[in-house]
Design a protein around this ligand. Structure first.
Ligand SMILES: Nc1nc2c(ncn2[C@@H]2O[C@H](COP(=O)(O)OP(=O)(O)OP(=O)(O)O)[C@@H](O)[C@H]2O)c(=O)[nH]1
Ligand SMILES: C[S@@+](CC[C@H](N)C(=O)[O-])C[C@H]1O[C@@H](n2cnc3c(N)ncnc32)[C@H](O)[C@@H]1O
Ligand code: SF4
Ligand code: SF4
Length: 320
């Protein structure tokens, strides 16, 4: 079992397999072109898997593959298979923008993937294009359908943006309710990499918008999810991820590994340590040592309310 410096059990590893992306979402990426970390600096799937094995052996029970856009990295189904076959009962999931799912959903399900969280910010072609800076909606919707047909459990993530998709929250809820997908609205987290004009909503404002059309009540928090759930009168549950608060940090159960081997103890903190050399040298003892040290130094909660209101972490690098 992995216990952090605040006595919390950490059993959730988020692994980013690439920082590259085929979208340029205005809340995540800069307007100006920028260069990626060179490919040779990334860990191979075999190397990432070496660390995943170490982490599972030490007590990780939930692994989420993310990015950038994880489906851009070739051979992802093999990576999924390696993890799925390593140990029974691992909650193995993926977070994706969905664009490439039509081609790969079935392969991923066959490889052992169980769950998939898809970002869907709009049901209008031109709005989706404005957010992603690319005409994406048709492929994303096909991708969600392909994942559903492949038997994957689906959740939808949406970042409400001021003056962009804020008129569509109810339509998005209806889309998800019909298909029995939970939807989570994520408060836009201000960060140095997002488009300069990007503005989001607080949880209270999101509730106010949804409250014009629905009655709902807060669901008591259980487990470690950062999402605060709300139940509608017919029992449909949607969530709001409220990163500007820190109440969910008390039950934080997660750490993050970037594609270049950096182990990040908290979404908000600059402190991180690399496991790259240890893994490349097949020094498992050292990898475990670094993992435990990162956990020992894991902060108690985010410092959003104390520090500057802009995070310097890039979401496409940490995997969200
Ligand atoms: N502040 C904060 N936000 C988080 C954390 N984990 C996830 N989020 C936010 O929630 C978004 C969606 O997360 P997902 O990738 O869907 O993963 P998840 O919410 O753990 O998914 P489930 O396993 O289905 O509960 C992330 O991109 C972040 O914006 C966290 O530890 N802290
Ligand atoms: C970084 S993306 C990586 C996976 C995949 N490309 C996707 O978009 O689902 C993971 C999640 O981070 C969220 N995200 C990115 N930038 C964000 C921001 N500034 N504020 C809140 N959520 C953000 C996205 O909406 C997405 O749900
Ligand atoms: S949120 Fe996901 S899809 Fe959008 S730019 Fe960031 S990594 Fe790409
Ligand atoms: S903000 Fe940091 S401490 Fe809080 S839940 Fe996220 S990773 Fe954990």
């Amino acid at each position: 079992m992995l216990i952090d410096g605040h006595g919390r059990e950490v059993d959730y590893l988020r692994v980013s397999v690439t920082e590259r992306c085929n979208f340029r979402c205005q809340y995540c990426m800069p307007e100006k072109p920028f260069s990626w970390v060179p490919r040779e600096e990334l860990l191979s799937y075999e190397e990432l898997f070496e660390f995943v094995k170490v982490a599972i052996d030490e007590g990780i029970r939930k692994v989420r593959i993310t990015g950038g856009e994880p489906l851009l990295r070739e051979g992802l189904d093999n990576f999924v298979k390696m993890i799925a076959e390593y140990k029974d009962g691992i909650d193995l999931a993926l977070t994706t923008n969905g664009y490439l799912l039509p081609q790969v959903a079935d392969k991923l399900a066959k490889a052992g993937l169980k769950r998939i969280n898809v970002s869907l910010d709009s049901l209008k072609e031109e709005v989706a294009e404005k957010i992603a800076q690319k005409n994406v909606l048709k492929k994303v919707l096909e991708g969600i359908q392909a994942a559903d047909d492949a038997g994957l459990k689906i959740k939808i993530n949406c970042v409400p943006m001021r003056g962009v998709n804020d008129k569509e929250l109810v339509d998005l809820i209806e889309f998800c309710r019909k298909r029995e997908y939970p939807i989570r609205f994520i408060e836009f987290m201000e960060n140095e990499h997002a488009h300069s004009g990007a503005k989001g909503y607080t949880s209270e404002q999101i509730q106010e918008i949804i409250g014009k059309d629905y009655k709902f009540k807060k669901v008591e928090r259980t487990g470690s999810s950062p999402s605060q759930d709300y139940e509608m009168e017919d029992g449909y549950v949607f969530g709001i991820i409220e990163p500007h608060k820190d109440d969910f940090c008390a039950t934080c159960n997660r750490i993050r590994l970037t594609a270049s081997g950096v182990l990040i103890p908290c979404l908000y903190f600059e402190d991180a340590q690399s496991i790259k050399e240890a893994i490349k040298n097949k020094d498992i003892k050292k990898a475990v040592e670094i993992l435990k040290d990162v956990l020992a130094k894991k902060p108690e909660k985010n410092r959003w309310s104390e520090d500057s209101k802009i995070s310097s972490r890039a979401f496409y690098e940490t995997g969200g």
